[in-house]
Ligand binder design. Structure first.
Ligand SMILES: [Fe+2]
Length: 217
C-alpha cells in the first residue's frame, strides 16, 4: 500500500477529514504525496511561500498561522537543511522536518543548505521552545517517532549540550554522505507538489501521479 493511502485510511479511521498537507521543505529523496492527497480528499497544499510553487494553494510564511478548524500551526522558519525549510509549532508539540531529528539533524550540503545556519535555527529557535515540547521529526530510520526539546537540547550528539558552532560545522563538513540517489527526480517532483517529473524511470512511477491525474475529478 502506498504511504499516501495508508495515511488517508488512518485519517478516515479517526473520523477526521484531511484539510491540508504541509510540506516542511522541498525534500531531496522522497516525493511528496500532496498532489495525490488533494486529488483523493480535496485537501489544500501548503508549501514554503519563498519557493513560489504554482501547484501550492497556500504559501507558508514565518509566524503566519496555518489554520484548519480549531487547529492552528505556527510556522517557524528554520533554514539550514534547505534555505526555505519550516518547522511547525502547535501548542506542546513541534514538527521539525529535517532541521532537527532524534539524536541528529538533516544534512546541509545541497538546496541552499548551510551548517552554520542550521546551528542557529535549531539552537536559537527550536531549543528556545519549552522543555516538554514533543518533537516529531520528519524521519527516523530506526523506528522512533518522537522526542522532546529537553532531550534533544541535552543529548543530541550534533547540536545538544555545549556543542559549539565551529564543532558542528566541522561535523557536517566531514559526513562524506553520498549524493542522494533520488534527488534529480525528487526535487522537480516535489516542486510540482508530487507530480511525476519528466524522464522519471519506469520503476519509480508508482511514487507519484502523472501530470493530469492530480486534480479531483
Ligand atoms: Fe529533507
Amino acid at each position: 500500500m502506498p504511504t499516501w493511502q495508508r495515511d488517508l485510511e488512518m485519517v478516515k479511521s479517526l473520523g477526521l477529514r484531511l484539510a491540508m498537507t504541509v510540506d516542511t521543505h522541498i525534500h531531496a529523496d522522497h516525493i511528496t504525496s500532496a498532489a495525490v492527497l488533494r486529488r483523493e480528499s480535496g485537501s489544500r497544499i501548503a508549501m514554503p511561500a519563498a519557493e513560489h510553487l504554482q501547484c501550492a494553494d497556500i504559501g507558508i510564511e514565518h509566524n503566519v498561522p496555518l489554520t484548519m478548524g480549531s487547529v492552528a500551526l505556527a510556522p517557524l522558519h528554520t533554514p539550514g537543511h534547505t534555505e526555505t525549510h519550516f518547522s511547525l509549532h502547535a501548542g506542546d508539540r513541534v514538527f521539525t522536518g529535517d532541521a532537527l531529528l532524534i539524536d541528529g539533524c538533516g544534512r546541509t550540503d545541497f538546496q541552499g543548505g548551510d551548517a552554520g545556519t542550521l546551528y542557529h535555527s535549531v539552537r536559537d529557535i527550536l531549543f528556545a521552545l519549552p522543555n516538554d515540547t514533543i518533537v516529531y521529526p520528519g524521519h527516523d530510520y530506526t523506528g522512533r517517532h518522537a522526542s522532546s526539546i529537553a532531550q534533544e537540547r541535552t543529548r543530541n550528539p550534533r547540536l545538544g549540550g555545549d556543542r559549539s558552532l565551529e564543532a558542528f560545522v566541522e561535523i557536517m563538513a566531514n559526513l562524506n554522505l553520498p549524493y542522494p540517489k533520488f534527488i534529480d527526480h525528487a526535487v522537480p517532483g516535489n516542486r510540482a507538489c508530487g507530480l511525476c517529473p519528466d524522464n522519471l524511470p519506469d520503476h519509480l512511477t508508482s511514487y507519484c501521479p502523472a501530470v493530469g491525474e492530480s486534480r479531483q475529478g
